[in-house]
Design a protein around this ligand. Structure first.
Ligand SMILES: O=C(O)CCC(=O)C(=O)O
Length: 260
């Protein structure tokens, strides 16, 4: 595995189940440095929200700053950032991370050729306040901006140990085989982004408890979500999404090919 490509059994597992875990891909020292970069990026994003465009969806606060969207935690008046998308431009280490061969080589194995960046986001899930993510697929959200949603693999990198207690990522095993599924029709503004519960069984959920520095790859059609953080410590992660080469990024419209 010296070039970090997927072994054939890993690729077979990914194709069959819609996800794959690789443990301890980044060292403790690397993860510590990345955590510092993440916090610098968060401070930078927070400062920029002062000049952004604020809007509320289902009572949740979002701020757009140019092409970047910052989402705040759901409790009324919260100043805690929940998600930043895209994020790589906020720190050179994050910019390097999205092109790191340990992230990119497995994606190339899946897509079978040269690749470019689709999007990336920081999911911060701070201690106690960090809210969960309802069950959803990414593909129905992206299909409006992209005609190749079948070819947008995600790589989730854990910056902290992720456990059931702090809200680790969960996936619905094999759910990606069914393509885009209907969203809920509950009348809310964001409801359509959450997968209609009758379309899957939570009995098929797999909790991806990960040590910091581990990665999980998952398909854009894979139903996934996570619980709130019930601990005092943050559960931070970045989700980096790729596509075949020469396509523009979501939001920025810029083409960011990755040259290995
Ligand atoms: O970070 C998590 O636990 C969930 C991530 C997720 O659902 C997403 O980013 O689409």
């Amino acid at each position: 595995m010296s070039d970090f490509s997927l072994e054939s059994d890993e690729l077979t597992f990914y194709r069959e189940h819609g996800y794959l875990v690789r443990r301890d891909v980044f060292s403790t020292e690397e993860v510590e440095r990345l955590r510092r970069s993440v916090e610098t990026a968060v401070r930078k994003a927070f400062d920029q929200t002062r000049d952004g465009q604020t809007y509320i969806l289902d009572g949740k606060r979002f701020v757009d700053i140019g092409h970047m969207t910052v989402q705040f935690e759901h409790s009324p008046g919260s100043e805690t950032i929940r998600v930043i998308e895209p994020v790589q431009h906020l720190h050179p280490e994050l910019d390097d991370l999205v092109a790191d061969k340990r992230i990119v080589s497995p994606v190339r194995s899946i897509l079978g050729g040269h690749i470019s960046i689709w999007t990336n986001k920081l999911n911060l899930k701070r201690g106690r306040e960090g809210s969960g993510f309802g069950w959803h697929q990414d593909s129905p959200y992206w299909i409006h901006n992209c005609d190749h949603v079948d070819r947008l693999p995600n790589v989730y990198l854990a910056f902290d140990d992720a456990t059931e207690a702090n809200g680790c990522l969960k996936v619905i095993d094999r759910s990606h085989h069914r393509g885009c599924l209907p969203g809920t029709a509950d009348g809310s503004q964001l409801g359509g982004f959450f997968t209609e519960p009758n379309c899957f069984s939570e009995e098929d959920a797999v909790s991806l408890a990960l040590t910091a520095g581990s990665i999980a790859l998952f398909d854009a059609h894979t139903i996934h979500g996570s619980s709130p953080n019930h601990t005092d410590e943050a559960r931070r992660a970045i989700v980096m999404t790729y596509q075949p080469a020469n396509f523009p990024m979501l939001k920025t419209g810029v083409i960011r090919n990755i040259n290995l």
